[in-house]
Design a protein around this ligand. Structure first.
Ligand code: TYD
Length: 231
């Protein structure tokens, strides 16, 4: 796999964990320090994937079943990877992405009961070698996350009529997802860090920065080694 210069950081967790707020704050902090930063999200992030986002979140794909939904998430991801993420990384950007492959593992794989072989195969095709360098899992009890997501969708309802289909589900399902994210964190401890998202926004932002900065430093050191080694 060709060496890439940028750093790829993904944010994961249930609804209402505050991912988008933290991504925005982290991007501002890193830009102030002079880094080139790209923020993006899934499903979506590229024109092709944003079109699929609409199909997925409106519930239009639900009638085709979880397999077809998973295939659409994977198609959207591959479009996003090839048109946005890979080019940005090759230019040396720090890419901050709101949800990525672990969301498919949890939502389609665990709570959607998709066969593990299919989850693995779709992931391989979708990311095509572009795995995150660091994944921050914002961890929050399901009740708290759902309450926040509901407040947000009440505010959004001026523009959109309904909470999206994934937000209509129950606490029980959210707790299963929370456990699944924590299991991923345990199984991939080299890449994943769990952050307590019950804290105040400022405190979470400080925790996020304290985890990302050493990663940037380590990555830059690796970069210098590669350059010195002539790669
Ligand atoms: P979004 O409105 O972006 O919400 P959130 O703030 O929760 O990230 O909705 C994305 C929804 O899509 C969310 O409920 C999780 C779901 N999803 C999957 O089921 N699989 C995936 O691979 C991704 C990226 C998201």
């Amino acid at each position: 796999m060709a060496y890439r210069k940028g750093l790829f950081v993904t944010f994961e967790g249930g609804e209402g964990a505050g991912k988008s707020t933290q991504i925005r704050r982290l991007a501002e902090a890193l830009r102030r320090k002079g880094h080139d930063v790209l923020t993006t999200r899934e499903p979506g992030g590229s024109p092709g994937a944003e079109a699929l986002r609409h199909v997925l979140l409106s519930g239009a794909a639900e009638t085709y079943g979880v397999r077809m939904e998973a295939i659409l998430f994977a198609a959207a991801r591959n479009d996003h990877v090839e048109n946005v993420i890979r080019p940005a990384l090759s230019k040396g950007f720090i890419v901050l992405c709101d949800r990525f492959m672990d969301s498919s593992r949890v939502y389609q794989g665990v709570t959607g009961n998709l066969e593990p072989d299919l989850v693995d195969a779709l992931e391989r095709v979708a990311i095509d070698g572009i795995a995150p360098d660091l994944t921050l899992i914002l961890d929050l009890p399901a009740e708290a996350g759902l309450a926040r997501a509901r407040r947000r969708s009440e505010q959004d309802n001026a523009q959109s009529d309904q909470p999206d289909r994934f937000e209509r589900e129950e606490i029980e399902t959210h707790e299963r997802r929370r456990r699944a994210f924590l299991e991923i964190a345990k199984a991939h401890s080299e890449r994943c860090r769990v952050i307590d998202a019950t804290k105040a926004i400022e405190e979470i932002a400080a925790d996020v920065l304290s985890l990302v900065e050493p990663e940037i430093a380590a990555h830059n050191a690796e970069d210098r080694k590669q350059v010195a080694g002539g790669e």
